[in-house]
Design a protein around this ligand. Sequence first.
Ligand SMILES: *Cc1c(COP(=O)(O)O)cnc(C)c1O
Length: 372
Amino acid sequence: MIPVCEPFLNGNELKYVQDAINSNWISSSGKYVEEFEKRFSNYIGAKYTTLTTSGTAALHLALKAIGIKEGDEVIVPSFTMISCAFAVCYCGAKPVFVDCDRETWTINPSLIEEKISAKTKAIMVVHIYGHPCDMDPIFEIANKYNLLIVEDAAEALGSQYKGKKCGSLGDISCFSFFANKMITSGEGGAVVTNRKEFYDKCRYFKNLCFPLDKPRIFLHDEIGFNYRMTNVQAAILLAQLEKIEIYINLRREHAIMYNERLKDIKGITLPCEKEWAFNSYWMYSILIEDDFNLTRDQLMQKLKEKGIDSRPFFIGMHRQKSLKDFGCDCSGNYPVTDEISERGLYLPSSSGLKVEEIDYICDVIRKFSESY
Ligand SMILES: *Cc1c(COP(=O)(O)O)cnc(C)c1O
C-alpha cells in the first residue's frame, strides 16, 4: 500500500534524541525545546514560539491566551478539522461557522460579516491543505469590528500569503507536528505570536498556571493545563526543522508532477495556487466532478484495490453531532463545504514519495477514467 503520508526521518533525529537521553533531560526542560522555539520563531518571522503537546492543545492554549471565555463567539470555517471547533468549545465559547471558497477551500471572506454579533471576539482562519486564506479582506473585517485573528497554520507550514509566511499573519497562530504534518515529532504543536502578553499567557496556562515569576511555588490563581512538549520530542523536531526547505520543495515538485499527469483527465479539479499564494501542497488534493466516470467514493475504493491509500475531505462542522449537542447553530446552509466534502480526496503526499509511485497512481486514475 502506498500510504497517504508517512514521516520522513532522514536527518539528525536519532543523534539528537540520543544526546537528549545521554544528557538525562527528557522532560519539558532542556536545550532542544529552547533551541527549537528560537529557530522556529526565526523561520516563521515572528517573535515568540511555545511548544505544546499537540496542535489541538495549541489551538486551545491560543484561545485561552487571547481571553476567549464563556459567552464569546469565534468565527470558524465550516470546512476544517474538528480541532478548530473543539478548541473554541473547550473555552466554553461558541464556534460560528462560515462556508468556504470553491477554489481555495479556505474560509470565504465575503460571508464572514453576516455572522458577526456583539459576542464575536475572534476569527479563526485555517489555511487548508497548504493553501493560504485570502487574508486582506479578513484583516479589513477584523479591523472594522475590532476582532483578533487566530491562525491555524497546521497544514500550511512553509506556505506564504503575499510573500509572508503563514503563521506570521494573525495575532496568534498554531501549528501541529503530528506524524503526517510537514515536520513532525510524532505528536506535538506550537503557538506563535509577536505579542509578549499572549506569549506569557501561553506559557502560564500551558504549565498549570504556576506563577511565571515563581515557577516552583505551589500557588495557582487560575485553572491551567499541562500542555508541555518533552525535550525528546523537541530533539526530533529540531532535526526535522533543519530539513524543512527540502521537504517543502519535495511536496511542491510532487504537486507539479501530479498536475502534469492529471490535468487533461476529464472530471478532475486540480488544487489551485492563487497569484497571491505560495502553496506548500501539504496534501495533494483533488475534486472528482460529475463528468468523471466514478464517484469519489468509488474511485477511492478502486485505488485501494490497487494498493493506493487516499483520504476523503473533511465533513462540515455543521454536520457534527458533537457540536450540535454542544449548542452550536448548525441550521444554516454551507453548500460549498457540503459539495467539496463529497467530491474531495487527497492522494499520497509524503515528502519521501517516489516519481515511479506518482506515475503509477496517475496511470491507475487515468485507466479508471477511461474504462467505465
Ligand atoms: C492536524 C491539524 C490540527 C490538529 O493537530 P493535532 O496535533 O493532531 O492535535 C488542527 N488543525 C488542523 C487544520 C490540522 O490539520
